[in-house]
Structure formats: structure tokens, C-alpha cells
Design a binder for this molecule. Structure first.
Ligand code: AMP
Ligand code: MN
Length: 346
């Protein structure tokens, strides 16, 4: 990357990622107080990216506060630093930081928190279609998790990879790759995981804490969901339905729903899953997952949402009966187009 251009050749501009990381490093070093945030209904990547960044800022003697719209699912509370996350719909009045580090958000409204506007925003994201709402915008759609990018920033800052930072970087990668299932996993992903492991992370213990921490209620919910699962499109498309009554019947809350959408994908024939969650206010939350080149992000975009090729989502006004078929038709089209790309050896 640092090879000089041959004599007489047109000078090559520095790689944008490298210069952006340096710009982010310089802004962080120059500023004293930070707010850190990520998207509403946080997942492992949003939690891990935020806490890794917070611990790095600690190491530099900077002040930081983390403000999120929603609480994370319970099993994340086993990990260090979770008590630092403040849950609020608006930036607390006593937060005087002029700098906000926003991670994992294509749009500032994805934070679900009001009051970041007008501050100096550093936008770090790996979702296609980022709206470049920051003063500095770095988005890299090739990153398997946003925490891969955070790792680069932390390295550029010269902060050593402490056990806490390594834990959160690894947590984010483990969850955002769906336990090393999704696309975008590269040698770089494993290189970062290797360094995290050298810093003391125990991959087996991490996997147990994340994936083997279900309540009995959640096991019941898995049964209920799969019992009601519909198969469409010659068995290539699975549809799951959830409402609060089902949650209650199994002794569960919304916090128990993480990962459920991936269950149907374990069947060889199934290429895409649509998960409909009907909320008490009549809204329908739609999550989608897919395999291979089945691109569900295109469907999410058509309904005002976003995400990645293999994991995307959006929310629409119900009732479910009125929106369901239009959504499923588009997913069927995505399956028909993407299924052709299934690699021969799989
Ligand atoms: P989920 O199904 O909620 O786990 O989301 C899957 C992926 O889609 C994640 O990368 C989310 O950030 C993204 N996503 C979900 N809902 C939205 C939305 N309304 N707008 C933009 N991206 C979304
Ligand atoms: Mn992510």
C-alpha cells in the first residue's frame, strides 16, 4: 500500500480509508469530550463497537458517555462496561460534549436519540447507503462488522489492545457475522480475531455466553415460532410470525427474540427468511435474512429500511394482512434472482 509510484506514473492518491482513519484519529486526539452512540435496538456490533471505542477513549484520558435509545438484550450484560450505557430518548441535558461518534447508523435518525444534531459528528459505518451526515464520514461496506473499522481507529490512536477492547471487538465480529456465517468475512476478520485472542479473548467462552445463554422461555418460543412457520416458494422462503401474545405465552420479552430469525436458514433448502413482528401500536417490524446472493437489502430499501445483502429490515404500518403479500412478492423476486448464484460446491 505504501509502495512509491514508479517514476513518470500519475501519482496515486492515498487510499481513502487510510486517510479517513488518520483524520478520525486527529479529530479524536484534538478533542476532550465525546458522546458515543449507535442504532436503536442495539445488536452485538453496536454494543461492541461503542464499548471498544469508549475503553480506547479512557486509555487516552478522554471523557466519554454512551447514549442509546434502547437497552441491549440481557446476555450482553455479562460483558464489561455495559453499566456505562445510558438509555435515553434525548441526549441528557448535562452532556456537554461537542463531539459525537456515531457507529453503525446509515442515518442519524437510526440512533433513535434526539439531540446529536449540531455537534461535530464522526460517522463510522459499514452499511450500504450511508447518508454521510457527519463532519467526518467513513463507511466501508467491505467490513464484516463495524468493529473492524473501530479496530483500525484504535490502532491508529496507538491504544494497546486491552482485554476489554479485544472482548468488544471480538463480540461485535462474532455476532455481526452470525457466528462466522455471513458474507464479508475476510482474512482481515480473522487477523483481528487472532489479535483479540492473543489479548486474552477466549472464543469458546464468548460463543457460549452469546449463543448458549437462552432462557427456557426462549426454547419454548423457538418451538412456537417454528410450529407456525410457513414455507413458500417451493420451500425456498420461510415466514415467521410473532406478536406479544406469543411472547407472553412463553414467558418471554422482546429481549428474547435475538437470533430467532436465523433458525430456518439452518435448513438446506431455505434461502430466505422473513420475520414479521406485530407490535401493539399496529406497526409491523420486518426482519429478513438470506443466503448466498439473495439480496434482501433491496427489499428493505423499497420499504424505507436498510441493512446488508444477507440481513436487512424495516418497519411499516400495519395491519399485517394488508402489507404481507407485497413484501413477500418482493422477497420471492430476490430469491429467484439470487438463487442462481449459489456456489457449485455448497
Ligand atoms: P434486524 O433484522 O433488525 O436485525 O436488522 C438487520 C440489518 O438491517 C441490520 O444491519 C440493521 O442495521 C438493518 N436495518 C434494520 N432495520 C433498518 C431500518 N429501518 N433502516 C435501516 N437499516 C435497518
Ligand atoms: Mn454491524
Amino acid at each position: 500500500m505504501s509502495n512509491p509510484a514508479p517514476a513518470g506514473a500519475t501519482p496515486v492518491a492515498p487510499p481513502p480509508a487510510e486517510s479517513l482513519v488518520q483524520q478520525i484519529r486527529d479529530e479524536i486526539l484534538a478533542r476532550p469530550r465525546f458522546l458515543i452512540t449507535s442504532h436503536a435496538r442495539p445488536d452485538g456490533d453496536s454494543i461492541g463497537s461503542q464499548l471498544a471505542m469508549a475503553y480506547a477513549l479512557d486509555a487516552l484520558g478522554k471523557q466519554s458517555r454512551i447514549v442509546n435509545a434502547d437497552r441491549a438484550p440481557d446476555h450482553y450484560y455479562d460483558f464489561p462496561g455495559m453499566e456505562r450505557i445510558e438509555i435515553a430518548a434525548e441526549v441528557p441535558a448535562d452532556a456537554d460534549a461537542d463531539t459525537v461518534i456515531v457507529m453503525e447508523c446509515g442515518d442519524l435518525s437510526r440512533t433513535g436519540v434526539r439531540g446529536f444534531e449540531g455537534r461535530f459528528i464522526i460517522n463510522i459505518d459499514h452499511h450500504v447507503g450511508n447518508r454521510m451526515y457527519g463532519a467526518v464520514n467513513w463507511f466501508d461496506v467491505s467490513a464484516a462488522a463495524c468493529s473492524e473499522m473501530v479496530f483500525d481507529v484504535i490502532r491508529a490512536l496507538g491504544v494497546p489492545l486491552s482485554f476489554e477492547i479485544a472482548t468488544h471487538i471480538y463480540l461485535a465480529i462474532l455476532t455481526d457475522t452470525g457466528s462466522f456465517h455471513h458474507s464479508n468475512i475476510t482474512p482481515r476478520t480473522f487477523d483481528i480475531c487472532r489479535q483479540a485472542t492473543e489479548a486474552g479473548v477466549n472464543p469458546a467462552a464468548m460463543a457460549r455466553r452469546i449463543f448458549d445463554s437462552n432462557s427456557f422461555g426462549k426454547l419454548k418460543l423457538i418451538g412456537a415460532l417454528l410450529d407456525k412457520m410457513q414455507l413458500l416458494d417451493n420451500g425456498r422462503l420461510a415466514v415467521l410470525y410473532l406478536d406479544d401474545a406469543m411472547l407472553e405465552a412463553c414467558g418471554c420479552t422482546n429481549n428474547d427474540t435475538e437470533g430467532l430469525i436465523n433458525l430456518p436458514l439452518t435448513a438446506r433448502e431455505i434461502y430466505a427468511v422473513v420475520f414479521f413482528k406485530v407490535t401493539p401500536d399496529g406497526m409491523v417490524r420486518v426482519s429478513m435474512r438470506s443466503k448466498y446472493d439473495v439480496d434482501v437489502r433491496i427489499v428493505a430499501n423499497a420499504f424505507g429500511g436498510g441493512g446488508h445483502k444477507n440481513a436487512a429490515g424495516f418497519t411499516v404500518n400495519g395491519p399485517l394482512d394488508q402489507v404481507r403479500d407485497a413484501i413477500l412478492d418482493q422477497v420471492k423476486t430476490a430469491v429467484a434472482e439470487g438463487v442462481l448464484e449459489r456456489p457449485a460446491q455448497t
